[in-house]
Ligand binder design. Sequence first.
Ligand code: AMP
Length: 198
Amino acid sequence: MFNIVIFGAPGSGKGTQSQKLIDRYGLTHISTGDVLRAQITAGTELGNIADSYISKGHLIPDDLMVDILANEIDRLRPQANGFIFDGFPRTIPQAEALKKMLGQRGEEVHSVIGLEVDDEELMKRLVKRGAESGRSDDNPSTISNRLKIYHTTTSPLREYYTTEGKYRPIHGLGHVDEIFQRITDSIDAHPSSPKAKN
Ligand code: AMP
């Protein structure tokens, strides 16, 4: 298996680039945001808990998030060639839990693709996405909360994964295909990179 973390602030293009990576390498996508939104739509107890955090732009507590991720990994692993983790980890304890969880299954994170985009551009993209998709957390006050949390709590993971020798910074401005090319150049340079399907 080849496992990628796609990393970056809200609005940095993680979802868009993940879809392209799935098409190219046949990897399995785990987006924790999508998992939580599906629970909210289904009106489950977990969905209600998640909604109380998401609607304010807060993070879901680590313990709960780690359990959700472990379930997803075990559910999808039998048919997966590798995972793209999108939106997880968002905290250092989550990164440590991911390392342990994969290690117990004989797996590891091979590469952390960090989409680097400045705040002004992120704000513009998120406001536009909110208008187009109707995502309830893409409104200006929640967005600024999410960006704040990204800088205080999530961005220290860049250093964490740099120390692990896994962080690959990618310039996240430009055309979607140009950014994708930068990502695939980085993945293809990895000694155990997956074969492209197309
Ligand atoms: P996303 O779609 O990745 O932007 O996630 C939307 C929201 O879901 C976030 O703003 C958080 O409230 C919550 N969320 C998603 N992933 C995580 C995570 N790994 N840890 C905590 N909260 C998360």
